[in-house]
Design a protein around this ligand. Structure first.
Ligand code: MF3
Ligand code: CO
Ligand code: CO
Length: 258
């Protein structure tokens, strides 16, 4: 069942979304050559705590870190470790927070110091694919309209979309119905209605679409060792244009209070 949120619940989701956005952006600016992914995770943990929020990932199916940090060929769910990021690496940062009973879920890929033009292009196309998907997240469309838009954008640039992991409904729980694939899977696809909140999150590989899981049971890497990028927003379906909930601006209620 797809849960439609009330205006009050949506207001809570705007706040959770804004917090997730601030955390992922601040962590993105913090990442520098030579840092270990553990340092990055602990920095994120502190930011989440300061916002009065909780990590939505820590403890989820026993996941042991506060955010997901996936370097270069790592696709998603990379775990904090002694691995040090180097100049030229690209790092996918995925942040999920609980605040006020709701989840904000957002991700971005950043370069460490700088990166090759080809890595930059991969990141740019992934972000563009996310926004193509969001543009199709409108009432009356089906989920597959989002999937098709993402897949077309990615493949028209010669990249591939990961099949094994998908976007999802989000609300009081990190993962709700429906699934939001980044490719057309040919399965029946639900209609989008105002009040639905979904996380759209293309995972885009520079090479082939195949992935494998490391022995740690979490880290997903590209099978061919090529780079992968990941961008994600939590999005509200409305009567008109989609609203990105994981955006930086304070909500009306918050501004009134400050
Ligand atoms: N990457 C997932 C998402 O954005 C959530 C990660 S679950 C975790 O939906 F346990 F790995 F953290
Ligand atoms: Co996420
Ligand atoms: Co997500």
């Amino acid at each position: 069942m797809i849960i439609v949120k009330t205006p009050k619940e949506i207001e809570a989701m705007r706040i959770a979304g804004r917090i997730a956005r601030e955390v992922v952006d601040e962590v993105g600016r913090y990442v520098q050559p030579g840092m270990s992914t553990r340092e990055i995770d602990l920095f994120a943990a502190e930011l989440i705590r300061k916002q009065g929020a909780k990590s939505a990932f820590l403890g989820y199916k026993k996941y042991p870190c506060h955010i997901c940090i996936s370097v270069n060929e790592e696709v998603v769910h990379g775990m904090a470790s002694d691995r040090r990021v180097q100049f030229g690496d690209i790092v996918s940062l995925d942040v999920g927070v609980y605040h006020g009973g709701f989840v904000g879920d957002t991700a971005k890929t950043v370069a460490v110091g700088g990166c090759s033009l080809s890595a930059q292009r991969l990141m740019d196309v992934t972000e563009k694919a996310l926004h193509e998907g969001i543009a199709h997240a409108v009432s009356g469309n089906r989920v597959v309209d989002i999937s098709r838009a993402v897949q077309r954008c990615v493949e028209s640039h010669g990249y591939s979309v990961v099949r094994e992991f998908v976007g999802h409904g989000v609300g009081r729980s990190l993962h709700e119905e429906p699934q939001v694939p980044n490719y057309v899977d040919g399965k029946p696809s639900p209609k989008l209605k105002p009040g639905m909140t979904i996380a759209i999150e293309p995972m885009v590989n520079a090479g082939g679409p195949k992935v494998e899981m490391l022995n740690d049971g979490w880290t997903v890497i590209t099978k061919d060792g090529e780079l992968s990028a990941h961008f994600e927003h939590t999005v509200l379906i409305t009567e008109s244009a989609p609203e990105i909930l994981t955006c930086a601006s304070k909500t009306a209620t918050e501004s009134k209070g400050s």
